[in-house]
Write a protein that binds this ligand. Structure first.
Ligand code: GTP
Ligand code: MG
Length: 138
């Protein structure tokens, strides 16, 4: 059965949306198999966002991800990688469709980085890698 790494980013935790986001994942029928609320450090974020190193939004993105605790979740189900990204909606919360997490709960706050509430792995390879980074004991 497929697994994905979901993060409720610091904006989601700060706004008290962790429960609502987990509720949507469970209501869709996926299974939470591991959960941890934690502060992310530079080493973890550099590894997690290695593909974005050098892009203009990289430094603000890392600063944002260190601005408060992150809820990391391993979520399981057939086709959950694609399914969670559909639940999340497109990266830009202004463009994300109503019905999605980002479309219903997110907006542009006029900041340097898109504060878009959640992360979801984008491929089986990313999921494997990211689950190993956030849950090294598992
Ligand atoms: P994640 O699930 O968080 O990985 O989002 P994603 O896959 O939809 O986006 P991507 O991996 O391309 O980018 C990671 C994060 O960087 C995004 O979620 C945004 O917070 C931020 N980001 C990505 N692209 C841009 C951009 O063009 N401008 C700004 N300001 N931020 C961006
Ligand atoms: Mg991504």
């Amino acid at each position: 059965i497929e697994r994905t790494l979901v993060l409720v980013k610091p904006d989601g935790v700060r706004r008290g949306l962790s429960g609502e986001i987990l509720r949507r994942i469970e209501a869709k029928g996926y299974t939470l198999v591991n959960l941890q609320l934690r502060a992310a450090d530079d080493a973890l974020l550099a590894a997690h966002y290695a593909e974005h190193e050098g892009k203009p939004f990289y430094a603000p993105l890392v600063d944002f991800m260190k601005s408060g605790p992150v809820l990391a979740a391993v979520v399981e189900g057939h086709r959950v990688i694609e399914g969670f990204r559909t639940l999340a909606g497109t990266t830009d919360p202004t463009a994300a469709l109503p019905g999605t997490i980002r479309g219903d709960l997110g907006r542009d706050w006029g900041l340097q980085v898109q504060q878009n509430l959640v992360h979801g792995s984008d491929s089986p390879e990313s999921a494997e890698r990211e689950i190993g980074l956030w849950f090294p004991q598992a």
